[in-house]
Design a protein around this ligand. Sequence first.
Ligand code: NAP
Length: 315
Amino acid sequence: MADIERYDIAIIGAGPGGLSAGVYAARGGLSTVIFEKALIGGQITVTEEVENYPGIINSITGFEIAEQFKKHALKFGAEIVEEEVKAIGLEGLCKIIETDKRTYRTKAIVFATGAHPRKLAVPGEEKFTGRGVSYCATCDGAFYRDKVVAVIGGGDSAIEEAIFLTKFAKKVYIIHRRDELRAVKIVQERAYKNKKIEFIWDTVVQSVNGDNVVEKIFLYNRKKDKISELKVDGVFIYVGIIPNSGLIESRVKCDENGFIITDENMHTNVPGFYAAGDIVHKTLRQVVTAASDGAIAAFSAEKWIEENNQNFDNI
Ligand code: NAP
């Protein structure tokens, strides 16, 4: 059994939720391992500007705030392991984590795997991904200097990223399926004032078309029952997020969209298994709420480990 690594707590996912859990768990004296298979910092690293994290008055990039979170967790002794978790054993009191490299046993888990962008699922979307279709304005916006782009969606991501794209593009269409935005008012107002932005309401994308790269999209106006063509060089899709819940599917209680249901201590229905960040069923998905989830989850896990410590003899 020498090849089994043992920690008090494992945190799966190094976004704001997971890294905040790492700060609290490690500072609370738990031996802490944080797993990340891709980007330390998670989705926030590809956000151009974070301007609503309390205390950071001058805005900060998503990458910078993620770096601060990471350094903070490391400062208290959390270990960040860049291995992909392949399976999680939740059956016994001890949790088992299989990565692509080794096996870990821990007393508790904070699951903070986040979410990924929802696809539009229209013809041409897949074919042109990376050739005009993008899910990341921060990554790809600079390729559209003086070009025309369409942003699909009416939530915070769509509107914020559309505003960001006006730094490069000469024209940004926001195409929304209703006549009312979902994004918060302050962001809506900024978009309405931006002369480069034009809204196309009550409209969905039917297809993305072109030869080698995106050249146009076909639109369907649901109120007018009318199809039209719009010439664009790029299409940025922000139509919501899907939870990264594959590892725990059907074993942990989730809502109808796959987001994990927790109590106020971020405890799931599985003893010793906590959740934090965008993967959680909640109304406000922000860096600050992910960080709050992580703090609560780690604190609750610490108490839970303390209460059950006499039963962990074999770990
Ligand atoms: P979201 O809030 O779920 O918005 C998705 C948008 O896409 C909605 O406007 C929705 O229309 C539209 N949509 C969904 N499916 C569609 C389809 N098949 N075709 C066309 N349109 C479709 O997603 P999000 O903007 O990615 O945000 C995710 C979470 O992160 C939210 O909780 C958000 O508040 C948060 N967030 C916060 C910030 C910030 O505070 N700075 C920034 C980004 C994201 P309907 O409105 O008609 O449903």
